[in-house]
Design a binder for this molecule. Structure first.
Ligand code: FES
Length: 188
């Protein structure tokens, strides 16, 4: 008897509490999304893909570049992989071009990697064992060469996405992409 009344009192008291918890949870989720910062900017772009072309979207991804400020980078998904798009500053471009190619583990000129110097588009998968390097979010460490840093085993990439230090053997891959307009690209 005592147990029954305890259970019912518990249930009655619990329902509003559960709703409150759910609201709190949603609120926290929203907060967490905001905290992701520039990386979160990527998701609206993905949803801009024409929904009637779902199948095509698996092989290509269109990205609106216009919200990306100089010095900012975003991540978009393409064929299940993250792709980093960085709008480089003038010093970052200069830095990428000032490198002696003979010093690079995987020698490649910046001009062979970036169709337009201001924009760098690379697959965000470390060429060592496939981790996603840090450096896209404003608060991320960018490594010793101002690009990306893979903390898995300590690979440093420069502002052209080229491997400069650490165990990764290759530069970050440049995917096939096309400028549809000055502020829109199609990857794939
Ligand atoms: S996976 Fe990046 S350093 Fe090992």
């Amino acid at each position: 008897m005592a147990e029954t009344s305890h259970a019912s009192a518990h249930q009655t008291g619990h329902a509003p509490h559960a709703e409150g918890t759910r609201r709190d949870f949603l609120y926290l989720m929203t907060g967490a999304m905001g905290a992701v910062g520039t990386a979160a900017v990527a998701w609206p772009f993905i949803h801009q893909m024409n929904p009637s072309k779902d199948v095509l979207a698996l092989s290509t991804t269109e990205v609106d570049l216009s919200p990306i400020q100089q010095g900012q980078a975003i991540t978009v998904m393409w064929r299940g992989k993250p792709v980093f798009i960085r709008r480089r500053t003038e010093p970052e471009v200069q830095q990428a071009n000032a490198v002696n190619l003979g010093d690079l583990p995987d020698p490649q000129a910046d001009s062979a990697r970036a169709q337009r110097p201001e924009w760098l588009v690379v697959v965000g998968v470390c060429t060592h064992l496939g981790c996603v390097p840090l450096g896209t979010k404003a608060t991320d460490p960018k490594g010793e060469f101002g690009g990306w840093f893979c903390p898995c085993h300590g690979s440093h990439y420069d502002s052209s996405g080229r491997i400069r230090k650490g165990p990764a053997p290759k530069n970050l891959e440049v995917p096939t992409y096309t400028f549809l307009t000055d502020t829109r690209i199609r990857i794939g």
